[in-house]
Design a protein. Structure first.
Lengths: 548, 548
């Protein structure tokens, strides 16, 4: 029971003071000279440091990423990077140049091929692949950052930050670093005398630097209605009748994709006709999807809380403060962690598309040769056992052994049976299993586990997996809606009829869905121009989505 | 597809402007005249408003609660209150006086009997009973507050708030209200020229009022080691060897109680002897438990992130910034939502005590006549299916159908087989089932579901429920450690031997635990004085815990 040796009880605080002294030559107060950013990083960082580099789902601390990648590996090496989304070339340059060695991350979409290669070559050491919120959670436990490199729209000279609509992940990373004696350095588009609102207090910010160009921001949640076809519309009609209407879903989260965009776009038409306005889809947790604009304008949507922003929706969102969470400055306040909390504990339904679903309803977006990771879908796409408050939709999927019963979240997978190019969406074994093995992962990178999935919607019909008595029946229900894929071919007509009779499967006619009506005329908006019109000219689509 | 009728698109913003104008007569800038608080509330509130009244697990906006209860029900009525913890008389006075009608809450410990009575009399309408974070989640979805009544230690005249160590739940409630055009009114202990640090930016705060007395704060996490006996110590020894050591648990959360306090207090003795320092219990998510001080002082603990503060630990925590999350002012920054996130997604083990466990390992702290609610245990005490990153402890409980396997959180229930007074802890049916029926709840208020529990520790031994092949085997394993309770008497000696052989149950001798060593001499601190001594005089126990 010896007391630990006498030692400095505030080593991190001491280290911070030393780091800040070392960087002083390159700064005036909190403001770093942009031209000396690399020198400042070299003065600030120590070999082996744990560095949280802001690379969110959408916005990127790209200037700081580039400056970090340019550091002299003699001076700065063996860093341990925490990056939620590996999106930029610079994120991996840092490893190729020997500045960093170890990586913990959540998603690596655009850089996933190069990442797999770098891993195979031994140029990178992976800690683990997380979901976004898991990675942030660990920043308060066993991955506490020494330095955080962040981004925001504006700062004042006291370091108060204005993030604008893309608050996204900045507050949680800033909090982890600022209250653990870490150093926070923020690239901003502008330094101003007074920020329009304070998203993060200056107290939490040690250094700011004006980036030579605005931070990169991807419009990931914009889908052009032009690309929505009859099959997506048919599936949307079935989802609406067979899931939303049947279960009375008032609170929900939509993943991104044309399938869910189709649902958003038939609310003001098909949904209205069914008399469902005010009865379903009232409260949402999702980014500001442009395809939700017609539903908002026709009075379907009471509230939307957002993970992040979406370029082009700024003026529209600001003009709808009854619906969106906006600040005293008028613009959106998003917050990934709080929206994830809301999506996990306050909403009744998650619906998303997958690239592959296996016979047990496990699904993944991982395909051969790509180490993409998880993002946020696993957090939304599972039944949270920590939920206790009931709602009609949740209680409708009651589970457990009487008398100890509980409700269940609706976790819906929506997909065509074949993807473009005739590739089956339903497969015997997920590519993720092989990718996981090849990458030496202890368990395969499954996005959503089959036992958490309550419904599968395809152009064939709806499978009510939550009603299955066991794994065998669940597999049959999946097969019944898997069409002509190898998984679907395993089931015979008679068994499908049994499943229909027992309420495990519904075909369009069982749901009162007239397949002939699945036409583009059912979409409230059929083009980006239509969305702009619905917005009263307030929506400004990014250039790549403009054809006029 | 008719566009909604032309209407005010910013009704909430308009309403806020009107409310703020109505209250102007009682304020100078943002500062409300304390003597006119009731008038101000009457001017601010409208019948039917949804009001978030800060009543956290520990700190209470008690002055505002009292002023609200004193409002004229002719002027203010039919409010819908959102209160996480119903702790004060005033919380229910508001209903008895007709000021409020509807309640959504999470926990009602001290007022649970009166609440049940008020409910039976029709004096209160319950929306739902939540966990803390569920209630906050809904504030961003379908329970968005019109007005938030909060508390903090200090404010400056611009409304910047300093919460001190008990940041707790204030940031999340403030964010929900401030960005949804709600009005935020904060009682503070002091109004100062400059706050020591900004916990919540003044932008988010509409009104502040200096409370005539400091807000109430309960030392809920202080346990006097004097009350820890041999049985708790024996269980702690078994938990340490049979769970922590066996699974290599490095990240964890302890619930409150003498059972877990005993574990904290034998780390520097028994744990040290076993050579476990640095191998287990390195990163913690929990309030600053005074009983953790010896483990911190002997170098066991690398980090602690806290849900809230604990009265008396302020100076000690401030002196240990390498361990605790502290701000630039030196004092603790706690945050319930982020600590819950960490506890859910970043730690491998939750351990807590229950009042009752049934034969299927479902547990609850609800007993006859009390409608207590949930608090935070269900969020910590379940296996989060949204987790994807592996750790050795998590992987050790691998589950699922190959090849789609996943790890599992360690959810441990620790309890003596009989509570004080000879009341069995293991019961055939939870009181919660009857209480739920009596209160008309759609499902019983179960705290932790049996299928989420991985281990049960009693003075008899450890049951490894995660190894059970099915519900029947799980029931046997529970029974094997349930001693002479009705549940325990159901199992015979031979079956217990089988379970030991198969690794489903371990008795002290199976774990190398010498029962004779379970003595108070094994506690690193045996009194509050000992804790103070360990802290080097930095810990200041609240008066009720002082006997010297």
């Amino acid at each position: 029971m010896a007391r630990a040796e006498t030692r400095d009880r505030a080593r991190r605080r001491t280290a911070k003071r030393e780091r800040m002294e070392a960087v002083r030559a390159f700064a005036t107060g909190r403001v770093l000279d942009a031209g000396r950013t690399r020198d400042a990083l070299q003065a600030l960082l120590r070999p082996g440091d744990r560095v949280a580099l802001e690379g969110d789902n959408q916005k990127q601390a790209d200037f700081l990423a580039g400056e970090l990648a340019g550091c002299d590996p003699e001076a700065v090496h063996d860093l341990h990077l925490l990056i939620s989304s590996i999106s930029l070339r610079e994120h991996l340059d840092v490893f190729e140049r020997g500045v960093a060695r170890r990586l913990d991350f959540a998603y690596a979409g655009p850089q996933s091929v190069r990442m797999a290669q770098l891993l195979a070559d031994g140029g990178i050491e992976i800690g683990a692949i997380h979901t976004y919120v898991e990675l942030y959670a660990r920043m308060f436990v066993d991955l506490i950052p020494d330095v955080a490199l962040l981004c925001a729209e504006q700062a004042d000279r006291e370091g108060n930050l204005y993030t604008g609509p893309s608050t996204e992940d900045t507050p949680v990373i800033a909090e982890a670093a600022a209250f653990s004696q870490g150093v926070t350095l923020v690239q901003v588009n502008e330094i101003v005398d007074k920020v329009p609102r304070v998203d993060i207090p200056g107290d939490w910010v040690d250094l700011i630097v004006r980036s030579p160009r605005p931070f990169a921001l991807e419009p990931l949640f914009t889908r052009d209605p032009r690309h929505i076809g009859q099959v997506e519309i048919l599936m949307a009609m079935m989802a609406l009748r067979g899931v939303y209407e049947r279960h009375g879903v008032t609170t929900l989260n939509h993943g991104i994709g044309f399938d869910t965009a189709a649902i958003e776009l038939i609310l003001p038409t098909y949904g209205e006709e069914l008399g469902l306005r005010g009865k379903i889809c009232r409260h949402w947790t999702l980014n500001p999807h442009p395809t939700l604009i017609p539903a908002i304008e026709t009075g379907w949507v009471e509230s939307v809380h957002c993970f992040g922003g979406e370029p082009g929706t700024e003026r529209y969102v600001a003009a709808r403060p009854d619906v969106f969470f906006t600040g005293p400055d008028g613009s959106l306040r998003s917050n990934r962690v709080l929206c994830q909390l809301a999506g996990q504990y306050a909403v009744d339904l998650f619906i998303g598309s997958s690239l592959q679903i296996d016979a047990n309803a496990n699904s993944s977006t991982v395909t051969e040769g790509r180490l993409t990771g998880f993002g946020g879908a696993p957090n939304m796409g599972h039944d949270p056992h920590g939920r206790r408050h009931p709602s009609p939709a949740w209680l409708g999927l009651v589970a457990g052994e009487p008398p100890v019963l509980r409700g269940r979240k609706l976790v819906v997978q929506i997909t065509q049976t074949f993807r473009s190019g005739g590739v089956p969406a339903f497969v015997e074994s997920l590519d993720a299993v092989r990718v996981g093995e090849d990458a030496g992962m202890p368990i395969p990178p499954v996005m959503i586990y089959g036992d958490d999935v309550s419904h599968v919607v395809t152009e064939e019909g709806v499978a009510y997996l939550y009603r299955a008595a066991g794994p065998a029946e669940r597999r049959d229900a999946v097969a019944a809606v898997a069409g002509a894929t190898p998984v679907g071919r395993r089931i015979g007509h008679r068994r499908v009829e049994e499943l229909r009779r027992d309420g495990l499967v519904a075909l369009p006619e069982d749901l009162g869905v007239d397949v002939r009506r699945a036409k583009r005329s059912l979409l409230a908006a059929r083009s980006m121009e239509d969305l702009v019109a619905w917005s009263g000219g307030l929506y400004d689509p990014p250039a790549r989505f403009r054809s006029w």
